[in-house]
Design a protein around this ligand. Structure first.
Ligand SMILES: Cc1cc2nc3c(=O)[nH]c(=O)nc-3n(C[C@H](O)[C@H](O)[C@H](O)COP(=O)(O)OP(=O)(O)OC[C@H]3O[C@@H](n4cnc5c(N)ncnc54)[C@H](O)[C@@H]3O)c2cc1C
Length: 434
């Protein structure tokens, strides 16, 4: 490789989405050059929520490769084989591995492609490289500690994930956490909490509630949410088809009102819902504690945290009933917001180039079926999105279900559009390609 190559692909972020793309590139017969820039110091998939007994919400067959290439060496089964656990896994008779185990699988796959990744590299800017009036490449600047480095590529693939969401007025602190940091925060506690509050009614909130209830056997755990009760996720087979690769085709082709209808009907396959087993376990605990006269897991349903004020040695959370407006003051050691994630503007890193990307009437990026952002004609270099495409490609966009297939489709689009020869010409940042 020349000292300053022009890559075919620079991936921003090296989570499962771009890892799947890196594998697809490695498996492609033709030479496609790429580099993946990841801000974390090492590979990590939602490390803060790697609760020991939490399981995947998706079949292991929806790993990084199998739906695209069932004979790939990067499959979960290959990983199990290399870890000498294949037979033991089969005997378990479950499609849903522990999240800890799936993390290990992802790390194993990322390790095999370590030469394509630069960890500790946060992408902070993207500049156009212009030839004869057209943008044919991007200069991508990444910060690594005090240093910055600029890399050049013909295509950018954003796989930057989602951002933690907090309700209006909530702010994070040493005692007010988002669940994304759960495990690291718990490890740093200097004393066992006496009371914690968990805000939210989705899978993560229920997992955090159970985890804290287990971990601190003398603490009161208060679950606060606006629903009447935790609701089960619909993982029945017909509904589950909404996560199929074919469903993306149908969704993409559908008129806007039908898209909204599909998302509405099937939101309960993913949003604000919980595994039935976990719901039953939490209910069993509250009932048992009621019988024993020692309620420790308290549910404040149809409620919200109206205020959470730091008091020096704790957080005073005011919980308000949405039905009666009655207020209950809870002096907590910790409040955990398990209130989900939202897509950030996927194009925020594009700087002046953002204005050249097309937006729909609701200001969302217009994205082709091949996940390429629609731009003006003179922006010829490609910008692709992994995630942040729920409005155009449907509910599986930010999940693992279609990761393998999507990576293949993006790679196909990139190689299909490639008209310039792949010669790795040398270049200097800010200068046009010679
Ligand atoms: C606790 C939890 C459990 C989940 N379980 C499941 C599940 O069982 N099944 C399922 O289908 N989905 C699940 N999800 C959904 C989840 O979004 C996907 O599993 C998956 O993480 C999506 O992969 P991704 O690569 O698109 O995003 P991410 O995994 O979020 O990866 C994005 C990466 O980009 C990096 N990054 C961001 N900005 C920059 C930048 N400027 N420069 C460099 N790097 C950057 C981040 O550090 C991160 O590593 C879960 C989510 C959570 C939070």
């Amino acid at each position: 490789m020349p000292a300053n190559p022009v890559y075919d692909v620079i991936g921003v972020g090296f989570g499962p989405s771009n890892l799947a793309l890196a594998i697809a590139m490695a498996e492609a017969g033709e030479e496609v050059t790429g580099l993946f820039l990841e801000r974390q110091p090492r590979f990590g998939w939602h490390r803060g929520m790697l609760i020991e007994d939490a399981t995947m919400q998706v079949s292991f067959l929806k790993d990084l490769v199998t739906m695209r290439n069932p004979v790939s060496e990067f499959s979960f089964l290959s990983y199990l084989h290399s870890a000498d656990r294949l037979a033991d896994f089969i005997n378990q008779k479950s499609l849903f591995p522990l999240r800890v185990e799936f993390h290990d699988y992802l790390e194993w796959a990322a390790g095999r492609l370590g030469h394509l990744a630069r960890y500790g590299h946060e992408v902070i800017a993207v500049e156009p490289v212009t030839e004869d009036g057209a943008v044919t490449c991007f200069d991508v600047t990444a910060r690594n500690g005090a240093d910055t480095t600029t890399y050049r590529a013909r295509n950018l693939v954003f796989g930057v994930g989602l951002e933690p969401h907090l309700p209006d007025g909530a702010t994070l602190s040493d005692r007010v956490w988002h669940n994304k940091d759960l495990l690291a925060r718990v490890e740093r506690l200097t004393a066992d909490p006496r009371r914690v509050a968990v805000v939210g009614a989705g899978q993560s909130a229920a997992e955090v509630t159970k985890f804290l209830h287990d971990r601190f056997p003398r603490a009161e755990v208060c679950a606060v949410f606006s629903r009447y009760g935790y609701s089960p996720s619909d993982d029945s087979p017909f509904a589950n088809r909404v996560f199929d690769p074919d469903a993306v085709d149908q969704y993409f082709a559908a008129p806007e009102h039908v898209k909204e209808m599909i998302l509405d009907y099937h939101a309960n396959t993913n949003y604000s819902v919980v595994d039935t087993e976990l719901i039953e376990e939490l209910y069993r605990r509250t009932y048992q504690e009621k019988v024993l006269g020692e309620p420790r897991l308290r549910v404040f349903n149809v409620s919200r945290v109206a205020e959470a004020v730091e008091t020096g040695d704790g957080v005073r959370a005011t919980v308000e009933s949405l039905t009666t407006h009655e207020k209950t003051v809870l002096d907590c050691d910790v409040v955990v917001y398990a209130t989900g994630y939202r897509p950030a503007d996927p194009l925020r890193l594009l700087g002046s180039l953002r204005a050249r990307c097309r937006r729909d009437e609701r200001n969302r990026p217009v994205v082709g079926r091949d996940y390429r952002v629609a731009t003006d004609a003179a922006l010829r270099a490609g910008v692709y999105l992994q995630g942040s495409t729920e409005h155009s490609h449907g509910i599986s966009s930010s999940l693992l279900s279609t990761t393998a297939v999507r990576a293949g489709q993006i790679l196909q689009s990139i190689t299909g559009r490639r008209d310039a020869p792949l010669a790795l010409s040398g270049w200097l940042p800010g200068r046009a390609i010679e």
